[in-house]
Design a protein around this ligand. Structure first.
Ligand code: SF4
Length: 238
C-alpha cells in the first residue's frame, strides 16, 4: 500500500481543527512505554471491539500478568481466554480472534514478535499486518502509530470516521479503509506520529461529546465553523 502524504486544501482545516480541539480538551498524554510495545498494541486492538479503551487496556495487562508472555497466551485454552476477557463487550469473539491472531503470528515468526515491522515502509507493514486474522485497517494503523514504531498512520475508529464524514473531509458512508485512503493525503505534512496519535484521541473525545452518533450538538460544537454539516444546520442556504 502506498501512503500518499502532502498538503491539500483539507490540511489547513485539520490544522485549525487540532488547535480548537486542544483548546477545548487540552493536550493528551501518550500511553506509558510498556503499553506502547507493538505486540501489546496489537493485542489491545484485537480484543477491543466496541469496548472502552480503559477496559481493553486492563484486560491486556491482566493476560500478560497471568500468562507471562504472548506465546503462552496463544497456547492458553480458549475457555480460559474467554474467562479472562469477560470484561470485553464480546468476550467470545475477542478470545477467538486473539487466539487466531497470536497463533498465526507464532506460525509465521516463531514467536509473537513484530520487531521486523521497524524495517518496513509504513504501508508495506500495514499490508503485512492486515494479512493476520482479525486485523483490519484500524488495528494495523494503531500498531504502526500508537506503538513505539510511531509512524504517521492515522487510526480511524467509528467516532473519528463519522466526524470526518460529517465535516465533508472524506466521502459519506466511506468504510474505515476508504476513509483512511481519503484522509491520509490531507494529513498535515509537519505532523509527527505523536501528533497523529493525539489528533485521533482528540477526535474520539469530540465523537463522545458533541459529535455523537445520533443527535450531534452542532450548535455548541467547537468544530462547527470548519464542518460542512455544522454550517448547513446553522447557516442553511436560502
Ligand atoms: S458541527 Fe456537528 S456534525 Fe460537525 S463535528 Fe460538530 S457536532 Fe459533528
Amino acid at each position: 500500500m502506498e501512503l500518499p502524504l502532502g498538503d491539500d486544501p483539507r490540511s489547513e482545516v485539520l490544522r485549525r481543527l487540532q488547535v480548537l480541539l486542544v483548546q477545548r480538551f487540552g493536550h493528551i498524554e501518550r500511553a506509558a512505554a510498556a503499553w506502547r510495545k507493538p505486540e501489546w498494541v496489537l493485542v489491545q486492538g484485537v480484543i477491543g471491539a466496541r469496548t472502552k479503551s480503559e477496559i481493553s487496556n486492563a484486560a491486556t495487562e491482566r493476560m500478560l500478568h497471568r500468562w507471562g508472555n504472548w506465546e503462552k497466551v496463544a497456547d492458553a485454552p480458549l475457555e480460559d481466554l474467554q474467562t479472562e476477557l469477560v470484561t470485553q463487550t464480546y468476550p467470545n469473539i475477542a478470545s477467538q480472534r486473539l487466539k487466531a491472531c497470536l497463533t498465526a503470528l507464532v506460525e509465521r515468526r516463531g514467536k509473537v514478535d513484530l520487531s521486523h515491522l521497524a524495517g518496513m515502509e509504513t504501508g508495506e507493514a500495514m499490508d503485512w499486518l492486515e494479512t493476520l486474522p482479525g486485523i483490519g485497517r484500524k488495528i494495523a494503523a494503531g500498531v504502526m502509530n500508537a506503538s513505539t514504531l510511531d509512524r504517521r498512520a492515522i487510526v480511524l475508529d467509528s467516532h473519528h470516521t463519522r466526524i470526518l464524514q460529517r465535516m465533508g473531509l472524506v466521502p459519506p458512508r466511506a468504510s474505515t479503509a476508504r476513509a483512511f485512503d481519503a484522509i491520509m493525503p490531507a494529513m498535515p505534512g509537519e505532523w509527527s506520529g505523536a501528533d497523529f496519535d493525539e489528533h485521533h484521541l482528540l477526535m474520539k473525545k469530540l465523537g463522545q461529546t458533541w459529535c455523537r452518533p445520533s443527535a450531534p450538538d452542532c450548535a455548541t460544537c467547537p468544530a462547527q465553523a470548519l464542518c460542512e454539516t455544522g454550517r448547513m444546520r446553522h447557516n442553511p442556504q436560502p
